[in-house]
Design a protein around this ligand. Structure first.
Ligand code: 9MR
Length: 354
């Protein structure tokens, strides 16, 4: 009996605390209604987005991109999967749509990505047994793509050189055939094709996994010591809405420790794992977005390459593509909602830069 009463009291108390916590959270969440202007108008550094060429034909999308961003990355159009045909021919039609959009609107273009373990084109598979032919084609691929978009502000030269937690390297067909030299080779080729572009090593989970961050920084340091023309570090920053906001400051400081420019290159905050209370999850997301923006803005000025979200509106995100949708439907990972309106997370970013 006493026990039962105690349990009831605990439940009431817990309910009260939850409400209090909710209203405190709601109070703390910046309101998107008051936000003025585009995201880029609030930042003393470039603000980027990944864009998709198929969406450029929509009436509202191009204007939205130009309102909020001053740098663009192609979501997939500049990857081997889009550019390289089975017989080794190049198809730049989709990549050109993105580059032309940047050029005609005075936006910075960021190239993504030259070499990624997840891309195993049939053309290169067929060359695997002939190392020197493979190496020639590898160099030629990088030279062709980088010189076509010469003038791009930077390139993700090598994407995701590690597995998810940094315990192993992930070089795919490139490391299998060329050994670890695939990385220096790629940077040297890219440098020869565009002496001005900032050349990046880019990876994910660097905020959530300090051990991966250290492994990534060790690799970068080794490349610099070897004279490889590595010019910047890309941290994708695919976070979960409930990632500890306190982890962002130390992560950014450490990523800045080599003195290289840092590109926050693929930002989003999935709601995966959130229960039914979307409002609470969006409030956590806003808090985390603010912490991320603040951590990035705290880097020395010369190291703030760009703050880039991976997509424009929630509904354009890779997290809304069928495979992800099956796992967690209707994710809302970005700063603009499905209709292109600023969310609380957007307001929190603006407030952090204020
Ligand atoms: O958002 C991209 C999606 O549309 C593509 O189908 C996919 C494969 O090319 O790549 C997605 O972008 C990835 C990025 O290139 C590298 N980091 C992870 C991103 C999300 O999967």
């Amino acid at each position: 009996m006493t026990q039962e009463l105690g349990a009831t009291r605990r439940m009431v108390l817990a309910g009260g605390l939850a409400l209090a916590a909710c209203s405190r959270e709601a109070e703390a969440v910046p309101s998107a209604a008051a936000v003025q202007g585009g995201l880029k108008d609030h930042a003393p550094f470039p603000v980027g987005a990944a864009i998709r060429s198929d969406l450029l034909a929509e009436p509202a999308y191009p204007a939205l991109v130009r309102t909020h961003f001053d740098q663009i990355t192609a979501d997939w159009e500049m990857k081997m999967e889009a550019v390289l045909e089975e017989d080794g021919a190049f198809d730049f039609s989709r990549a050109d749509l993105v580059a032309d959009f940047a050029r005609s609107h005075g936006l910075r273009l960021f190239g993504h990505t030259l070499i990624w373990n997840e891309q195993r084109p049939a053309f290169f598979e067929a060359l695997k047994d002939n190392r020197s032919a493979f190496a020639r084609a590898y160099g030629r691929y990088i030279a062709e793509v980088v010189s076509r978009y010469r003038g791009a502000r930077g390139w993700d030269v090598v994407n995701e050189p590690f597995n998810w937690n940094g315990s192993e390297r992930r070089g795919g067909i490139w490391a299998e055939t060329l050994g670890e030299a695939y990385i220096p080779l790629a940077f040297e080729r890219a440098r020869a094709a565009d002496p001005e572009a900032v050349l990046f090593l880019n990876d994910y989970n660097l905020e959530q996994f300090p051990a991966k961050r250290r492994a990534f920084l060790n690799l970068a340091e080794g490349l610099l010591k070897a004279g490889v023309p590595l010019g910047g570090l890309g941290t994708q920053t695919h976070l979960n809405h409930d990632t500890d906001p306190g982890s962002l400051g130390p992560a950014m400081r450490e990523l800045g420790s080599l003195g290289l420019p840092v590109h926050l290159s693929e930002l989003d905050f999935t709601l995966k794992g959130a229960g039914r209370d979307r409002m609470a999850a969006l409030a956590l997301q806003a808090r985390l977005a603010g912490a991320t923006a603040e951590a990035f803005a705290s880097l020395p000025e010369a190291q703030r390459f760009a703050f880039t979200t991976w997509g424009v509106r929630d509904k354009d995100s890779w997290l809304r593509q069928p495979e992800q949708e099956a796992e967690f439907p209707n994710d809302q990972p970005l700063l603009l909602d499905d209709a292109g309106r600023p969310k609380s997370a957007f307001a929190a970013v603006v407030e952090a830069w204020g």
